[in-house]
Design a protein around this ligand. Sequence first.
Ligand SMILES: [Zn+2]
Length: 259
Amino acid sequence: MTVAWQVGSAALFGAVIGSFLNVCIYRLPQRESLVRPGSQWPQCGVPIRWYDNIPVLSFLWLFGKCRRCRRAIPWRYPLVELLNALGYGWIVWRFGVSPVALMYATLWSALLVVSFIDLDHMIVPDRITVPGMAIGLAAGTFVLPQWWDSIAGLLIGGGLLYFIAWVSPLVFGKEGMGGGDIKLLAMIGAFLGWRPVLMTVLLGGIIGACMGLLLIASRKITRQDYLPFGPFLSLGAAVVMLYGQEILDWYGNLLAGGG
Ligand SMILES: [Zn+2]
């Protein structure tokens, strides 16, 4: 009962924070202030009343249409709220109400903002990743099992992508990765530590490659198109955050022949 209550409260809190993440996703690339003016309808800019600004429920209540101009509200808005609610609930379900859960929830939200901005604009915003590195270092130094794991994660995560970005034009003959992805992985490393950040690159790469092949096969994109890497790295980090230890154990068993 207490667990259900904690998970429910975390999800509710996640939905409220998710509402603010929508503002970040919309305004950060425009270099607008995040607090002023208050929430506005996305299409017509009319201020939203508090009773129309309740995460997810308002979208349903208004049948997905702006109260003023009746234009459709992008499904993106309730989706971000739902994903953040899901993340917070899942994290608390796995790790309880704990410092590590707070740290993971922070990373979860940062990854959501980065992913949607990267999908829209093909950029990974420094205004998330640079403060994210500092917060990850400050939190990880205390929360991770070894105090040096956070700084090692930052250096190895950032360094590895830096190396791949340097090497890939030599190998593949075109630009592989941007500086934004390097800072994103450095931030993930600062939050999770050096072992999980390596798993993140591996998983993100596999997911990205599968997705790319699928999209090419279904003729949604061609081989010349650029696929943003940020969402795949984020997805990899989310899986590692929630089930990294299980994956390591399973892999260890596999190597030991225990199946
Ligand atoms: Zn409107």
